[in-house]
Design a protein around this ligand. Structure first.
Ligand code: PGA
Length: 252
């Protein structure tokens, strides 16, 4: 079964309402002949605007985080139900910036993943090792722990609504991309993990995106690898020109 690639932009804490309108209208002109799904993960404040601008196109709009409870006394938080109301179709969970800057634990991320699925939001679960963990030869150990804990109690059926994003922390926003070989080796490891836990068929269907300094000049080599099913892109998703090149990774 061929997996349809996903090229997902993660805008992080960037862009105004006007910039969102201009970006999406610009991007729409480049959607023809794309052989991938095109996702934009925008700040909460831009969800409504992005949805309205993108709704006649194939662009899927989603969020970058959420809380696991549906409502309650959680000052400053946003629930899955609120995201659905704004037409979000997916949510990024466990991004390394959430893990490292906001101290999110795998247990918290696990509750969010379960909530996203129960609310019919596709979850893009991010995992990845830090530089010292890779240097110490602990990459697989770290990823196994993140997968075990953040996907605790996830069934084979649930997995259909999950996309994995392997994002080595040392490659995010640093300009230091993992080589296609390193990325492929790690993606292959994640797919074998999935096969062991949920069976070959579920693992074959699981899309695993690579993230960390993906740019127009390195995407083709990454995407040529059999276990890399797309990209989660920060910096290069902020300009129409570069993001348009990424969604056409397969055109020379
Ligand atoms: P980057 O960010 O492309 O700017 O490295 C990727 C990410 O954080 O998802």
């Amino acid at each position: 079964m061929a997996r349809l690639p996903i090229i997902a932009g993660n805008w992080k804490m960037y862009k105004s309402l006007d910039e969102t309108r201009d970006f999406i209208n610009g991007l729409i002109l480049h959607l023809k002949n794309t052989r991938c799904e095109v996702y934009l993960a925008v700040p909460f404040t831009l969800l409504d605007k992005a949805y309205l601008e993108a709704r006649a196109s194939k662009i899927a709009v989603g969020a970058q985080n959420m809380h696991d409870e549906l409502e309650g006394a959680f000052t400053g938080e946003i629930s899955a139900r609120m995201l659905k109301e704004l037409h979000a179709v997916f949510v990024i969970l466990g991004h390394s910036e959430r893990r490292n800057l906001f101290l999110e634990s795998d247990a918290f991320i696990n509750r969010k993943v379960k909530r996203a699925i129960a609310t019919n939001l596709q979850a893009i679960l991010c995992i990845g090792e830090k530089q010292n963990e890779r240097d110490e030869g602990r990459t697989e150990e770290v990823l196994t722990q993140q997968l075990d804990e953040s996907l605790k109690e996830i069934t084979k059926e649930d997995l259909k609504n999950i996309v994995l994003a392997y994002e080595p922390v040392w490659a995010i926003g640093t300009g230091k991309t993992a080589t296609p070989e390193i990325a492929e080796e790690t993606h292959k490891f994640c797919r074998s993990y999935a096969a062991e836990r949920w069976g070959d068929e579920a693992a074959e269907g699981l899309r695993i995106l690579y993230g960390g300094s993906v740019k127009p000049d390195n995407i083709a080599a990454l995407m040529s690898k059999p276990n890399i099913d797309g990209a989660l892109v920060g910096g290069a998703s902020l300009k129409v020109e570069s993001f348009a090149k990424l969604i056409h990774f397969d055109s020379p």
